[in-house]
Design a protein around this ligand. Structure first.
Ligand code: C5P
Ligand code: MG
Length: 159
């Protein structure tokens, strides 16, 4: 018998490099001197979200679907990755619907608190949810990882 409720979890980490846009949850952070060094747009939050979605039904991870060395994905908007993952998930489980998302972003600078609602709305739109269904916690690494940006996403899925 199929379970109705599934949990998903994803984690992603990228090195920060100068001269790149910092994209978090589909939102470009204005004025950031550094962004994630990555093959795609380096959006750690959406990568963690995509992996969390895939994990709900043991569908592997985004490295399998979007190989890092594949030139077709260079500079790719990670919203497209999430959309493709949702399509894959719904092929497996047509009734699948995310209930809520709990995310943590670890970044020393810049501060992101003022963008919390914007980032939540951006993620919620991708998932067809109200912004209040996406909770985001921002944390510094307390200087332990000043050159990294990391995100962790836990979600609950129905269907
Ligand atoms: O990591 P720490 O507990 O020192 O974070 C303190 C506050 O700074 C938190 O309220 C968090 O929301 C905020 N913060 C932020 N942007 C970051 C890191 C932390 O707004 N990049
Ligand atoms: Mg990534």
């Amino acid at each position: 018998m199929a379970l109705d409720i599934r949990v998903g979890h994803g984690l992603d980490s990228h090195r920060l490099a100068p001269g790149r846009d910092l994209v978090i949850g589909g939102v470009t952070v204005p004025g950031s001197p550094r962004g994630a060094e990555a093959h795609s747009d380096g959006d750690v939050l959406l990568h963690a979200l995509a992996d969390a979605l895939l994990s709900t039904f043991a569908l592997g991870d985004i490295g399998q679907w979007f190989p890092p060395g594949d030139r077709a994905h260079a500079g790719r908007d990670s919203r497209e990755i999430v959309a493709a993952v949702l399509e894959r998930l719904r092929a497996e489980r047509p009734a699948a619907q995310v209930v809520n998302v709990a995310a943590v972003v670890i970044l020393d600078a810049p501060k992101l608190g003022h963008l919390r609602a914007t980032i939540a709305a951006s993620m919620a739109e991708l998932l067809g949810l109200p912004g209040t269904a996406v909770g985001i916690t921002f944390k510094t690494s307390e200087g332990l990882a000043p050159d990294h940006v990391q995100a962790s996403v836990t979600l609950l899925l129905h269907g």
